[in-house]
Design a protein around this ligand. Structure first.
Ligand SMILES: [Fe+2]
Length: 188
């Protein structure tokens, strides 16, 4: 079967596609009032087309993600983010359309903030939680390629979230520690 990206729709039409709407991200954003207002319309936040060619050792899977532009309060739209169930499994991301970032958080606490734009290749090491963030006004589309045995652990992120947030401050995207943001900006 031929698999081809439909850039207009941001999906691989031949692959199963998961749609995540805002209600699926309840509890992830800092500003609950803004979330509760926005969730009334429950916009699509991102889609993920998954190509699982084969299972087992040595095989590869890939996923095409398209993350819509938008914000909840000052916090840009993001994917839930995950660790791999097989923690050692790495992944390669390739930016295809739009502008945004990959937020990487190693299990040792080290955080990296990598640009994800067309042609940009980002290596996600093992033992590293990863989340994409759209800081632009157009959809962000990217491809991720990972071991078939990687698995996705969303629950760990849901319970702890990332230590940093990406928010608009003075019109620009900024990476800031979650607790610092809450203390300095949220209740002004
Ligand atoms: Fe991944």
């Amino acid at each position: 079967m031929i698999h081809k990206i439909n850039f207009d729709l941001g999906v691989i039409e031949s692959a199963p596609t998961t749609v995540r709407s805002l209600i699926d991200l309840r509890g992830y954003f800092i500003d609950e009032d803004s979330f509760n207002a926005a969730v009334q319309k429950n916009p699509v936040v991102y889609t993920l087309s998954s190509l699982e060619y084969a299972q087992g050792e040595g095989q590869l899977h890939c996923g095409l993600g398209t993350l819509m532009p938008g914000k909840i309060g000052s916090e840009y739209f993001f994917t839930r983010g995950h660790l791999h169930t097989w923690r050692a499994a790495a992944e390669v991301y390739l930016g295809l359309a739009g502008e945004g970032y990959l937020l990487l958080e190693h299990e040792n606490g080290q955080t990296e903030f990598q640009v994800l734009s067309p042609g940009q290749i980002v290596y996600v090491p093992g033992f590293t939680a990863h989340r994409t963030i759209n800081t632009s006004k157009t959809p962000l589309t990217y491809l991720g390629i990972y071991p078939a045995q990687a698995g996705h652990d969303y629950a760990s992120i849901k319970s702890t979230n990332f230590r940093h947030v990406v928010v608009e401050i003075d019109g620009l995207p900024q990476l800031i520690e979650r607790n610092e943001y809450i203390t300095r900006y949220l209740h002004l």
